[in-house]
Design a protein around this ligand. Structure first.
Ligand code: HEC
Ligand code: HEC
Length: 268
């Protein structure tokens, strides 16, 4: 249904774009579930440097003007950059799998260089799944931590836009920083860390920063402490409450996402 070749007349119509703009490749729209996964991953791993619209600004360059991104098809050129990083240039390595990077790539490619509008690329509704199948999926995958009569009671009623509902369960908290009303429902618990120095007491707190060489945390009273790391010393034990959701992201099939969304909108 999607990705049909435009009729000849439409193809021949000259495009209004600056003469010096690079030719942006025509791409078939990605499946909305792929875009949703990519968006969630992008929100967690890329947003804070490359900006929510991929136009940069927050310490990372504009990806829509990147030659490399332009030439990328399904993440094959983006993956080495993401997986190895460019640490000396301010881009950290990220341990996303190639298939996760290809979801992120689909999300980035859905932005059009001249006339950015991701909503034009997705169908008007994400409600194409089967609610009953979604209920079964929820029982098998989510019910160990959530209940639709408990913490998620009324969840479907909170959202006028099912796409926002979908983003919220795919990666709670990831899209919420733009301050767009009903997205910021959730208080996402912070990632914490416990450090066990070879001598002296353990220290725990909110994780602020970690790389191969240092780890910085904030203790309960706000005091920041930084420890040098050499290999496994000191032992660093990270607890990310959202890890279960991050682990789920690569596992959802497109159908799972469609079904789950169709089910969750019914939760009043
Ligand atoms: C801490 C900030 C930061 C994060 C997080 C980050 N990037 Fe970057 N990224 C950068 C910087 C800075 C550069 C420029 C590096 C350089 O000058 O070579 C860059 C470069 C890139 C490039 C290469 C652009 C080009 O034309 O060479 C791509 C592609 C890219 N980032 C994608 C991503 C994706 C996808 C993510 C998330 C999975 C991500 N980045 C996360 C800071 C970041
Ligand atoms: C291992 C536990 C675990 C599993 C499994 C899990 N989640 Fe979560 N989920 C969490 C935690 C922790 C949070 C953070 C907020 C909280 O503490 O409730 C969260 C947050 C959420 C939120 C945001 C709640 C709000 O108030 O906005 C939604 C929605 C959600 N999860 C849906 C799901 C769905 C759907 C599944 C199954 C596909 C699932 N979760 C699987 C642990 C889990």
């Amino acid at each position: 249904m999607m990705g049909q070749a435009p009729p000849q007349a439409a193809r021949a119509r000259p495009l209004a774009r600056p003469a010096n703009a690079p030719a942006y490749p025509d791409r078939a729209p990605a499946d909305p579930a792929v875009l949703a996964r990519g968006k969630a991953l992008y929100g967690v791993h890329c947003n804070f440097c490359h900006g929510s619209d991929a136009r940069g600004g927050e310490g990372g360059p504009n990806l829509l003007r990147s030659e490399l991104v332009l030439n990328d098809q399904h993440g094959e050129l983006i993956a080495p950059v993401v997986q190895n990083g460019r640490p000396d240039q301010g881009m950290p390595p990220t341990n996303l799998t190639s298939s996760q990077v290809s979801d992120v790539a689909a999300f980035i490619h859905a932005f059009k260089v001249g006339g950015y509008d991701i909503s034009r690329m997705t169908p008007p509704t994400v409600l194409v799944g089967n609610a009953q199948a979604g209920e079964a999926y929820f029982a098998a995958t989510c019910a160990s931590c959530h209940s639709v009569t408990g913490d998620l009671k009324g969840f479907g009623a909170k959202f006028s836009d099912p796409k926002i509902l979908q983003n919220t369960y795919l990666m709670p908290g990831a899209g919420g920083r733009g301050g767009r009303g009903d997205q910021s429902l959730l208080h996402v618990p912070p990632t914490t860390v416990t450090i066990s120095p070879p001598s002296g007491p353990k220290v725990s707190g909110r994780l602020l920063r970690i790389d191969d060489f240092i780890v910085t945390l904030a203790e309960a009273d706000g005091t920041q402490r930084t420890f040098r790391r050499e290999g496994d010393i000191p032992a660093v034990d990270i607890h990310d409450p959202m890890q279960p959701h991050k682990d789920l992201l690569p596992k959802y099939t497109d159908k799972d996402i469609h079904d789950l969304t169709a089910y969750l909108v019914t939760i009043q």
